[in-house]
Design a protein around this ligand. Structure first.
Ligand code: ATR
Length: 290
């Protein structure tokens, strides 16, 4: 019988994780099925409990469950502990381990796909949610020179800055809509969007989180949003002559990290990228009536 693994989130909508994870299991002919498991918050504890079954490898976890799940597993790895969120659960014989491969996915995509070395660089991070926490810790660990966290809710940005300050001293929090954003962005080597602004189906879908005309041409603009592939922010960046990186590589590399934790095998990242791109293309096509 096939082992089971899947993605826990709510709502899940159109997720491409099953497509590229299944491609990786199939590449090695592993008898594993990867499912989408939309899980209402009231049913989260029961769902996590079901992962203790011997036929389970574990799960991926996404919005809005990443923080709560950290309190439902038996232990946390160092990354999940530092970030305070779990995106991967690994079942072992003696219990469930909560892991976080988002920071790995972020840094690997930044270096491998973006060709960008964060050491010594000035970074502006837009957003202060779960994805921002992973990016902030990763950038601090990798020796970024400074970090400005800009968020709609300033209190959340300040709280994240406080958590990271031990590792990175030159850190500030500002309001995303306030007067300080322009100066920070103009001086940045790297601008990372971790807010959901610009996301397909998101409330602020057609908007950019930044005002026009402030992105420097020397910067790399990294938008964690992967659908659409060209977001309003990336269009702005391209117009400014800046380098652009979309969110698909981070999604695939965090998934590759999870695959390696579940299987102990090297993730076939090219196969995963190929499957992820095809799944995105299928999503972009107008749906036939059924
Ligand atoms: P994730 O785990 O993907 O980071 P999250 O924890 O829900 O998801 O965080 C979403 C981020 O997008 C937050 O920084 C949020 O800002 P608030 O902390 O002020 O809520 C940001 N965000 C969502 N919608 C936004 C909008 N319309 N304008 C600006 N920021 C927005």
């Amino acid at each position: 019988m096939a082992s089971l693994v899947g993605l826990i989130g709510f709502p899940l909508g159109h997720t491409i994780s099953p497509a590229f994870q299944q491609a990786a299991f199939d590449y090695y002919s592993l008898p594993v099925e990867y499912h989408a498991w939309p899980t209402h918050p009231d049913l989260l504890e029961a769902k996590v409990g079901s992962l203790r079954d011997p036929g389970s490898l574990g799960a991926n976890v996404t919005v809005p469950h990443k923080e709560r799940v950290a309190g439902m597993v038996d232990r946390l790895d160092a990354s999940a502990q530092a970030i305070g969120a779990v995106n991967t659960i690994v079942r072992e014989n003696d219990g469930l381990t909560g892991c976080n491969t988002d920071a790995y996915g972020f840094i690997t995509s930044l270096r491998v796909t973006g060709g960008f070395e964060p050491r010594g660089k000035r970074v502006v991070l837009l957003g202060a949610g779960g994805a921002a926490r992973a990016a902030a810790f990763a950038l601090a660990e990798e020796g970024a020179a400074s970090l400005v966290i800009a968020n709609r809710t300033l209190r959340r940005a300040s709280s994240l800055a406080d958590d990271v300050r031990d590792v990175l001293r030159d850190i500030a929090s500002i309001s995303l809509d306030g007067p300080d954003i322009e100066g920070a962005v103009r001086k940045a080597d790297l601008i990372v969007n971790s807010t959901s602004v610009g996301m397909e189906g998101g409330g602020a879908g057609s908007a950019s989180p930044l005002p026009p005309g402030i992105i420097p041409s020397s910067a790399l603009v990294y938008d964690m949003v992967y659908n659409p592939t060209e977001t309003p922010l990336l269009r702005q960046a391209a117009q400014a002559g800046a380098a652009c990186l979309g969110g698909l590589p981070m999604l695939v590399y965090q998934g590759a990290g999870a695959f390696e934790l579940w299987t102990g095998r090297e993730a076939p990242t090219e196969v995963m990228f190929e499957a992820a791109k095809k799944a995105l293309e299928r999503m972009a096509q107008p749906r036939a009536h059924s």
